[in-house]
Design a protein around this ligand. Structure first.
Ligand SMILES: [Zn+2]
Length: 357
């Protein structure tokens, strides 16, 4: 396979290049840190609690679904894992399960360029115009996400899932990075703050890879709480637990790096022990999810072992936070996920849960 993306990193310890999937944990001699040491028995009661809240929420839930056939025309080249097949598989699955009809269709319509500029410098935008197969599709991904913010913030739907390509959470100021062009979730946060005057936005990123672009966008900003679970020594090599923000943003960046093989129990524990208390203190007005499903078992570019049931629990936990603080407003945005069958089933579970079913 040939990749034109610079989606690898060179390890300072073994001097090898690692392509997105994690480096050999043992070879690097890494310490996973104290965050994995305890798994609380409070998990069981937390699970019951979030289920109850999800049920309570279910009666009035309408979930929006952003999709557009033009997202299928974006390509990084033949054989690339970030392929149109990912989205085709998702749409097929949502159709076969009836979730396409159970959700409210949202089409991209917002002109996003002025909002793209709230996150990315002009030089980045110019580079994307040169690098992308079709820059207008990258822009259309942002557009769809902003329409989802409109639908959620106007009360048209309770929450929304954005089946968009290309993904965005690695994008910062240096052109295409990790298959990402424009940082959809970061731009959505700025859009919600500007258009709807929301004070505090929570971004939850459960992609296998650290959302370095999102961290970059808000590292000194106390109005956006960024929470990320990821494999520390996978691409892009960022996301250390001691990176907690700077200046006024100190404490508003929470990285929870996890070891290879991370399963439902471990990732749910990270959410209950680290995300839930921080979110309760932060009291977000809107919750955004960087929904990367390459953290699922058997992904081509990841080595976590999260199952569909695990994504259901993570979704419920985020819904519980949103129910408590943000009038249940959630916009979930597709990031990674490269085992097309696994990805499609995980998205089905996620969207079903968002619907409250
Ligand atoms: Zn990823």
């Amino acid at each position: 396979m040939f990749y034109r993306s610079r989606s690898y990193w060179t390890c300072s310890k073994c001097s090898r290049r690692h392509f997105l999937k994690t480096a050999s944990w043992a070879a690097l001699g890494l310490c996973v840190g104290p965050f994995l040491t305890s798994l609380s028995c409070a998990l069981a009661s937390e699970g019951k609690d979030t289920t109850a809240k999800a049920k309570k929420h279910a009666g009035s839930t309408t979930t929006g679904l952003v999709s557009d056939d033009r997202y299928l025309s974006h390509t990084l080249g033949e054989g690339h894992p970030e392929s149109p097949e990912r989205l085709k598989a998702i749409l097929r699955q949502l159709k076969s399960s009836g979730l396409d009809k159970a959700t409210k269709s949202i089409a991209p319509s917002v002109d996003p360029i002025s909002y793209i500029r709230t996150v990315h410098p002009e030089a980045h935008i110019n580079r994307i115009a040169e690098q992308a197969h079709d820059e207008s599709i990258c822009r259309l991904a942002v557009s769809g996400v902003l329409d989802a913010v409109d639908a959620v913030c106007s009360g048209e739907v309770s929450n929304a899932f954005c089946a968009v390509r290309p993904p965005g959470h690695h994008a910062s100021n240096r052109g295409e990075h990790g298959f990402c062009f424009y940082n959809n979730v970061a731009i959505a946060a700025r859009y919600a703050q500007e258009k709807y005057k929301l004070d505090r936005i929570l971004i939850v990123d459960w992609d296998y890879h650290h959302g370095d672009g999102t961290e970059w966008a808000f590292y000194d900003d106390p109005t956006v709480l960024f929470f990320s679970t990821h494999a520390l020594y996978a691409f892009p090599g960022t996301g250390a637990a001691n990176k907690t923000g700077e200046g006024k943003g100190k404490g508003f960046n929470i990285n929870v790096p996890l070891p290879r093989g991370t399963d439902d129990k471990k990732i749910i524990s990270a959410f209950t022990e680290r995300l839930v208390p921080a979110a309760n203190q932060f009291r977000p007005d809107l919750v955004l999810i960087s929904a990367g499903f390459d953290s699922k078992k058997d992904d081509l570019l990841g080595d976590f072992a999260v199952t569909d049931a695990g994504f259901v629990e993570l979704t419920k936990l985020v819904m519980s936070i949103a129910a408590d603080h943000s009038s249940s407003r959630i916009v979930s945005i597709l990031e990674g996920g490269y085992n097309t069958k696994g990805l499609a089933l995980a998205v089905e579970s996620h969207v079903k849960t968002l619907l409250g079913t």
